[in-house]
Design a protein around this ligand. Sequence first.
Ligand code: PRP
Length: 185
Amino acid sequence: MRIKELKVLFSAGEIESSVNAIAGRINAVYKDEPLVVVCVLKGAFMFFGDLVRRIENKNLEVDFVRLSSYGSGTVSSQKVVLGKDVDIDLKGKHVLVVEDIVDTGHSMRFLLDEFADRGALDVKLAVLVDKKERRVVPVAPDFTGFELSDGFIVGYGLDCAEQYRQLPDICEVIMVGEVDGNNLP
Ligand code: PRP
């Protein structure tokens, strides 16, 4: 299997409009209430950077997590663990998790439940690309940029074997050969 071409699916301009719209909704929801915005590394780094600079909250803190998942190879039995945790105590604060893509939902189900257990006031989720048709466990984002039924995408933080994260557009990878439809190479 090899990459034949990268086809722009969501352009940098479309992404910018979407991020602006999400930021506007976030500003209306939280105003200046204590808010911790959490970036899920690595894929969300670009979305996170663009989004937080548009959030006007005067009581905003940022933090970062890294998730690792492993399992028996079937998508329904994934185990997710925190490879890097937040440093900030989330108790009594609003938490906004910023994620690039939700696919099966295993990663976000784990993280949202984990943060809720720590006594956060509430835990919301902003996702740039929601592949909701591929959901295995329930996850309902509060703020969504784009919906996508299927396809393997790279760019704007998303990778293929750590390549292409720096692209300003989100592109679909067109392969020669077999593709499993998942976004996890
Ligand atoms: C991707 C993506 C999400 C997760 C979504 O991360 O960034 O975190 O997979 O999959 P799920 O809904 O099926 O759990 P990846 O493991 O590729 O790491 P990365 O963000 O470092 O690229």
